[in-house]
Design a protein around this ligand. Structure first.
Ligand SMILES: Nc1nc2c(ncn2[C@@H]2O[C@H](COP(=O)(O)OP(=O)(O)OP(=O)(O)O)[C@@H](O)[C@H]2O)c(=O)[nH]1
Ligand SMILES: [Mg+2]
Length: 349
């Protein structure tokens, strides 16, 4: 019998501040289609394609050693009350828990490493990894392996990749695993974290860059997979006070989006916790992740508008040239959680 617990998050509970007036992107697209001056049969065809998109869930599984911050990562990105974060010394997540955020389905797993229950956890994980969806496709789209950036011994994580993830994912392992080194702020026991700027100073930055390289090398040696980890911090909250804001969270979301087929990205868009812009603004400056994230959604929308026919250069040059510009403006408000209109996409500006 399955030991999973199912947690259905009521969408109204998952919205925070009252000025967070974000409306479902699917509803906006539907409205855009209905109000457009497209011929009736094109409207019908777009609406039915929209239904298909809407019913395509994204399943993301978080795995990793106990206490590495899997549940905290879910809360930072998708809302403070979504998952249960540890406060004591014992492992917090005991069974694979499932959080339904509309069509974003997050599987939060117990940490591997310390417990006598490791064998049971591993079997549960293998079962989950081998599950199929209703179309007979692998259920899990993406595995986010959360490890502790401070840990000197990531043996449990390498073993997890080798014994469970790689065999289950086969050739797609590199595409569908993201290695995320969390708790960057305390990677050097709390030293060298610039609290004011909420970012690592030069010493910690060099440490983290080094860590990424060495973990990537060890993964290659032990598993044969090319995986480049990212470092970030889910931050933490004590009581009702935000104690530390996340760092590189937008980068993590961008990585997640870039691993998903475009048709599945909108599910993520709808659930991002945009009630607190400070969750998203502290990132390394290697790339403009907010802009990249916008582009990623933009591409998904443009593909939708063009009936999925456009790819690559075509999207860049033709489609994004017109609606892209408009969308760029409306999605500019993305992280402040404002409502935007996408009617322009459908021929009615
Ligand atoms: N300083 C700091 N603390 C963090 C960060 N992420 C998580 N924590 C803390 O680390 C502890 C463990 O976090 P959880 O999210 O419960 O970890 P988990 O991986 O879900 O743990 P299990 O469910 O036991 O496997 C909590 O006290 C968090 O507040 C971070 O980025 N920085
Ligand atoms: Mg947990």
């Amino acid at each position: 019998m399955s030991k999973e617990k199912e947690t259905n998050i009521n969408p109204t509970e998952n919205t925070h501040d009252c000025n967070d007036v974000k409306v479902s992107i699917y509803d906006l697209i539907e409205e855009g289609i209905m109000d457009s001056n497209l011929p009736a049969e094109e409207k019908t065809s777009k609406l039915s394609r929209l239904m298909v998109l809407k019913n395509k869930p994204v399943n993301a599984l978080l795995v990793g050693p106990t206490g590495s911050g899997k549940s905290s990562t879910i809360c930072a990105a998708f809302g403070r009350n979504v998952a249960k974060v540890g406060v004591g010394v014992d492992p917090t997540t005991e069974y694979i828990e499932c959080y339904h955020l509309d069509n974003l389905i997050l599987w939060d797993s117990p940490g591997l490493g310390e417990g006598l229950d490791d064998r049971r956890y591993k079997l549960e994980l293998i079962n989950k990894m081998n599950s199929l969806d209703q179309d007979g496709q692998p259920l899990i789209d993406l595995v986010i392996l959360v490890a502790d950036a401070a840990s000197k011994d990531l043996g449990t994580s390498y073993e997890l990749i080798n014994t469970i993830l790689k065999p289950c994912l086969g050739e797609e392992a590199e595409q569908r695993i993201i290695v995320a080194l969390n708790r960057s702020d305390i990677a050097m026991s709390g030293r060298h974290w610039d609290v004011e700027r909420n970012e690592p100073d030069e010493v910690l930055l060099a440490f983290l860059e080094n860590k990424v390289e060495s973990v990537s090398q060890r993964i290659l040696e032990t598993t044969g997979l090319h995986l480049m980890p990212i470092y970030y911090s889910a931050g933490y909250v004590e009581g009702d006070d935000e104690v530390r804001h996340p760092y590189n969270l937008t980068k993590l979301i961008y990585m997640i989006l870039s691993r998903l087929p475009s048709g599945k990205r909108l599910a993520i868009y709808d659930q991002l916790d945009t009630s607190n812009s400070e969750h998203w603004c502290y990132n390394d400056d290697n790339l403009d992740y907010q802009e990249q994230t916008r582009q990623s959604f933009l591409e998904a929308l443009s593909e939708f508008v063009s009936e999925g026919a456009a790819r690559g250069a075509e999207i860049g040059e033709n489609l994004l040239g017109v609606p892209g510009k408009l969308l760029g403006t409306v999605l500019g408000t993305f992280f402040s959680g404002a409502v935007f209109s996408i009617k322009a996409l459908f021929g009615k500006i």
